[in-house]
Design a protein around this ligand. Structure first.
Ligand code: NAD
Length: 291
């Protein structure tokens, strides 16, 4: 594989694995890596060539995509001991598709600048289902030429929406997930109150979905993962909490004080203390019910 045309994919978890498979299916040259042995084995079983470490990814790939849990892990994987960016060359490109902190992204961009390595933030919305289909909404921030270069590989995973400067993608993603989490919590509370009053839970969902209270959670989560008590939508509670925290931190950094954002952050912190590690985000319903 020619280095210039090869994409490295770091983080082959719930989202990263299907996204990497979309790149391969689209005919792109790709090498993956994940710190977890289970994830590496699953990737190999799915036909993804796997590197023996982060350094090898940087050595062999001119473009590296990160799909990792948070900003600190992205920075460590890139520039920490043995990080992939340490092996990359001037003119290479890193595309951070994780959901992350906008200010941390700008700081990482500044750290990469002396090495002449470009950075694009391109977080995604759509969840595992759309990652599998390659129909994610990709929210891209960064220098125009860098985003243009990234678009060739991003196009395999979904539709790219440009939102301006580096960090804007991560800011927009955090704000989107704040609105989404608020919609989920409001819908769960409506279910609990409605049921106590005597409304059938299915009726609450059906009527919300033909009324103005309709949102992504009422349409795609309540019957599918909450009412059946499956609580396995594939998006961890801790990741939703991180996104809302990122939106709240952004608001604070800007000298703002948004009351609902602040209250929701506190509510999710309390739920996070009570829910088991690894709980799905839809488990917030169980916590609301138990309180
Ligand atoms: P995940 O926990 O399933 O996957 C993350 C992967 O990163 C894991 O396999 C883990 O082993 C790996 N990893 C951690 N540290 C690493 C390191 N230093 N080097 C290499 N690999 C490392 O999480 P996910 O659900 O795939 O989410 C990934 C990102 O996408 C997060 O930022 C999340 O907020 C975002 N996201 C998730 C969803 C969703 O529905 N799951 C939707 C949109 C965005």
């Amino acid at each position: 594989m020619a280095r210039a045309q090869t994409t490295g994919f770091v983080g082959l978890g719930a989202m990263g694995l299907p996204m990497a498979k979309c790149i391969l299916a689209g005919g792109g040259d790709l090498i993956g890596y994940d710190v977890s042995q289970d994830a590496r084995e699953q990737a190999r079983a799915d036909g993804i060539p796997v590197a023996d470490g982060l350094g090898a990814i940087g050595r062999d790939c001119a473009t590296v995509i990160a799909m990792l849990p948070n900003a600190a892990i992205v920075r460590e994987a890139a520039l920490g001991d043995g990080g992939f960016a340490l092996e990359m060359q001037a003119g290479d490109l890193i595309v951070d598709m994780s959901s992350s902190y906008p200010s941390a992204t700008r700081a990482l961009g500044a750290e990469l600048e002396p090495r002449s390595i470009g950075l694009v933030d391109a977080p995604v919305s759509g969840g595992v289902g759309r990652a599998v289909k390659g129909t994610l909404a990709i929210i891209a921030g960064g220098g125009e030429r860098d985003v243009e270069r990234a678009e060739t590989v991003l196009a395999h995973m979904g539709k790219v929406h440009r939102v301006g400067a580096l960090g804007n993608g991560h800011a927009m993603k955090a704000l989107n997930n704040y609105v989404s989490a608020a919609g989920l919590v409001a819908a769960c509370e409506a279910l609990i109150v409605g049921e106590k009053f005597g409304l059938a839970p299915e009726t609450v969902v059906d009527i919300l979905n033909v009324s103005t209270g309709r949102n992504n959670s009422t349409e795609n989560k309540l019957k599918q993962f909450v009412l059946n008590r499956a609580f396995d939508a594939g998006f961890a509670f801790a990741l939703m909490q991180k996104d809302v925290r990122a939106a709240a931190d952004l608001s604070t950094e800007l000298g703002l004080d948004e009351p609902l954002l602040k209250d929701l952050t506190g509510l999710l912190d309390r739920a996070g203390e009570a829910l088991p590690a690894g709980a799905d985000h839809t488990s917030v319903f169980e916590w609301l019910e138990r309180r």
